[in-house]
Ligand binder design. Structure first.
Ligand SMILES: [Fe+2]
Length: 202
């Protein structure tokens, strides 16, 4: 749903986060679908890796990035009609860092009417669809993530019948906005998402 505003949270709450335990409790109470939970944890992990490895942020900032990733779809499972207003308002009520709320509010600008502006906004938008697409691809490969390469992912992206719900336009738009080549983003996602997915399954 369109959010009808472009300002979120309060500047005084900068740096305010929940603990990992609190975020996991929230995830478990709002998101009943295990596949959606996995998607949110995957995106959270990619956000964390990007913050640490590409931007050189410290652990506490990396957790802010990860928290945005983990919670971005928190209201999608039970309240799809008010996605993502419900999660945005809940985060505001808890007086969470405005950067996290803004990133969540802008992860689907076509749906929510909020443009991705900050680096966190742009990367959440970029990882969201592509992470889900790559996971869908892993599920149809006999070896899962083993041996997956950029070429294979791009071939599937060209196959419009595969994971038809994933917007190829959004993926390309997100790369353009983030100033990243599609190949680079795919190459970044595959090994990190493979590791995280294996760790979560064990
Ligand atoms: Fe998502």
């Amino acid at each position: 749903m369109l959010l009808g505003r472009t300002e979120f949270g309060h500047a005084d709450h900068k740096g305010r986060v929940l603990s990992r335990e609190e975020v996991m409790d929230w995830l478990n109470s709002w998101v009943l679908n295990p596949r959606l939970q996995l998607h949110m944890l995957q995106v959270g992990h990619l956000m964390r890796c990007w913050a640490l490895e590409k931007i050189g942020l410290d652990e506490s900032d990396a957790w802010r990035w990860e928290m945005a990733g983990i919670l971005h779809d928190a209201d999608w499972d039970q309240w799809p009609d008010t996605h993502c207003r419900k999660i945005v308002e809940a985060l505001e009520e808890k007086q969470i860092d405005p950067e996290i709320i803004r990133a969540i509010a802008s992860h689907g600008h076509v749906h929510f009417g909020v443009e991705p502006v900050t680096e966190m906004d742009k990367m959440l938008y970029a990882f969201d669809e592509l992470s889900g697409f790559i996971h869908a691809y892993s599920l149809m490969r006999p070896g899962g993530y083993d041996g997956m390469d950029t070429k294979g992912v791009k071939k599937r992206l060209k196959d419009k019948a595969f994971a038809a719900g994933v917007s190829r336009e959004d993926i390309q738009d997100a790369c353009t906005r983030a100033g990243i080549q599609l190949d680079e983003l795919i190459l970044f996602i595959i090994p990190r998402q493979a590791d995280r997915t294996a760790a979560l399954a064990s």
